[in-house]
Design a protein around this ligand. Sequence first.
Ligand SMILES: O=C(CSC(=O)[C@H](Cc1ccccc1)CC(F)(F)F)c1ccccc1
Ligand SMILES: [Zn+2]
Length: 157
Amino acid sequence: TRILPIAAADEPILHQPARAVTDLSDPAIQRLLDDMLATLQAANGVGIAAPQVFAPLRIIIAASRPNPRYPDAPLMEPVVMVNPQILWQSAETCTGWEGCLSVPGLRSPLARSARLRVRYLTRRGDSVEADYEGFIARIIQHECDHLDGILFVERVE
Ligand SMILES: O=C(CSC(=O)[C@H](Cc1ccccc1)CC(F)(F)F)c1ccccc1
Ligand SMILES: [Zn+2]
């Protein structure tokens, strides 16, 4: 397992759409998932997307945990989502702080849908549909933006 370099905001890979994963049994994909997890934990983040470690693939990891800005954030097992699709998101929004490992030192409040339904493949290839709300829903929206080449700073009013 390796800690991977994290792309800075000016890297082109962060401004282009990522490609769907077609072969989850590829050992290189399974290794990437392990490396993304190690990189996320080393960076003390609560989420990460494959383009941030220079892999133009539709893979995200959400790993909410209590932190100074979200003391009541749920502590969750990191969830790996391959080819995530947001099936539904609430019109109702909530505003909260966001940061980005690719934009170090910048934090900004941002409105996101309060609830969403996501369909994704687990790292073993099982298709899952799940509902999320609050801080975890925020992380998933932030990470899915990365898969479409969108940084949170582009959404700040
Ligand atoms: O742990 C961080 C560092 S930034 C972070 O973890 C990003 C994820 C994130 C943090 C906060 C809100 C939404 C997403 C990671 C990124 F860039 F890869 F997506 C944090 C920042 C602000 C509020 C709470 C926590
Ligand atoms: Zn980010």
